[in-house]
Design a protein around this ligand. Sequence first.
Ligand code: 5GP
Length: 210
Amino acid sequence: MATVNPLKRRGLLFILSSPSGAGKTTISRMILESDDGIGLSVSATTRPIRPGEVDGKDYHFVTDAEFERMVADGEFLEWAHVFGHRYGTLRREVTKQIEGAQDVLLDIDWQGTQQLKQVDPDIVRVFILPPSMEELERRLRSRGTDSDEVIANRMSRAKAEISHWAEYDYVFINDDAEHCRKLVHTVLKAERLKATRRIFLHDFVRSLIG
Ligand code: 5GP
């Protein structure tokens, strides 16, 4: 009988986008905690660090000059301007996860998603919608970290982000974080089972029919 390694499969780039405040961070944290087959791609950003954030864990916080250098050196798979700052997915973060036979979770916006789709058409794109714009604003305000001007800015930015919902493969409404987590996790588990990703099947079927 042929020896089959069911773990031999192609790692998945799993993208989660939403306007900020729609609960994406909570959901990605829940998935990362409950599934050790997926790791987070920690992006680089030029935005200032927020209270409670950890450099290297939430983001790699870099200066504008450092970001420029990283762009010039081709360190990014994609990067974009968001809220007047720059954010980018590091090649080394994605490679690190994939080489550890891991799927990669990317918490990036629609601009980054469009760019990654060009790099790897096989990505899985999930979009999370808030239950209402009122609820979104309430969630943004409850963070208590941003001024009215920043909130207004984030709300208009949220509308722009939401307008890209149809570019995603799966779209869920987050009216309950646990329910939404389940749906996102179901997608992840099903996508892992796609025949095209389970490359060991080639060897196995060859052993069956020659
Ligand atoms: P925040 O500053 O609230 O952490 O993130 C703001 C927005 O930037 C979020 O919508 C987040 O998904 C997006 N973002 C974070 N990292 C990246 C990245 O590496 N690339 C792109 N294109 N967007 C990112």
